[in-house]
Design a protein around this ligand. Sequence first.
Ligand SMILES: Cc1cc2nc3c(=O)[nH]c(=O)nc-3n(C[C@H](O)[C@H](O)[C@H](O)COP(=O)(O)OP(=O)(O)OC[C@H]3O[C@@H](n4cnc5c(N)ncnc54)[C@H](O)[C@@H]3O)c2cc1C
Length: 416
Amino acid sequence: MRYSGFRILQQALTGHKGWTPAWRNPDPQPHYDYVIVGGGGHGLATAYYLARQFRQSRIAVLEKGWIGGGNVGRNTTIIRSNYLLDGNEPFYEFSLRLWEGLEQDFNYNAMVSQRGILNLFHSDAQRDAYIRRGNAMRLHGADAELLDRDQVRRAYPFLDFDNARFPIKGGLAQRRGGTVRHDAVAWGYARGADQRGVDIIQNCAVTGLRIENGRCTGVDTTRGVIGAGKVGVAVAGNSSRVMAMAGLRLPIESHVLQAFVSEGLKPVLPGVITFGAGHFYCSQSDKGGLVFGGDLDGYNSYAQRGNLPVIEDVAEGGMALFPGLGRVRLLRAWGGVMDMSMDGSPIIDRTPVEGLYLNGGWCYGGFKATPASGWCFAHLLATDQPHPTATAYRLDRFARGLMIDEKGVGAQPNLH
Ligand SMILES: Cc1cc2nc3c(=O)[nH]c(=O)nc-3n(C[C@H](O)[C@H](O)[C@H](O)COP(=O)(O)OP(=O)(O)OC[C@H]3O[C@@H](n4cnc5c(N)ncnc54)[C@H](O)[C@@H]3O)c2cc1C
């Protein structure tokens, strides 16, 4: 069923009785050409582009829980391509361009909203660093604009411009950045993949990887053995657990990251803002709630929940920037498990086991990467060659000293 304004009108006139499920609920087949482990944004996008772009068939996505239950439905919904390094910026710009046509492409309203993102700076040195970043973005074809203090004040009058410790001196704006409704992305890709024949199998946890003569031939699951020509693993925070089933140790740690939503307010933030003197980022949802987040909880965990000290820390960052936040009630908080790589950049690569491929290490930033990650992983699975924008995301870069240390602040999850 194609969605359109006409379809809504037609259904409205017939009592909304003709809507069909967005995707099927098939039983697993004994063998597929491609098995994608993980039904998050990246796994579903991979299956979608494998079928749509690379014309592959006999594809299954195996999800241990339900579609949208992982990080794809838990993030703070920010999309952008304001990266500095050559290994990253073309990939994230490719992703932003895919976001721009995504809803028409998969015929689903994902509420892509290019309301802009603004990285605030609070010192001259930080301004210089942002000018450098903005220039790198423009050299790669992305948009970037330096705003002075008055321009920022006109757009965001409620911020504290004269904070004694962190006065706002301006900001680096990317007007094509913004937000996307996170779980709708999973639903849109799931529906688009299903329409192209992909089997999406929920409540199906992978419990083992079948390896014969150095080649991955399938997976053990809670719903039986499933054979595969190629297995692509895209399980985000569970990457190290699943790859351990093949005896591989990854340069990845799993950490908790929390997100927060306030009660609904009248419009106060037209776009996404990030605090430059602490870790705090915030936007306002279409329902009026402030959606914000900050640092990792700071310890390794596979639990999708966090603790109170970080809530206090994030609130302090928010208050330094936006004192009025202190009067606002916090409604909801939740956590997700982050696959933190050691240099802050992702991995899309083959593994030493033939037929086994890895997509992981997305840290805090994998939501914005969803379309390009799916496309590039599908490219790798279908052609055995990395996509031109993802050539730096090699698994062996840590051994070879070719890290992509995007923020340049340290090679540990708590430092980047
Ligand atoms: C609080 C928070 C805020 C964030 N904010 C942003 C943001 O603003 N912008 C941004 O770009 N990124 C953000 N991120 C990061 C982003 O959400 C993730 O990097 C991205 O969603 C990870 O990819 P995914 O969607 O495929 O992951 P997931 O949705 O987690 O998908 C992985 C799936 O694999 C499944 N799985 C795991 N093990 C198995 C198994 N053994 N068998 C079968 N299935 C399995 C899981 O159940 C899960 O559904 C945020 C993350 C969090 C938690």
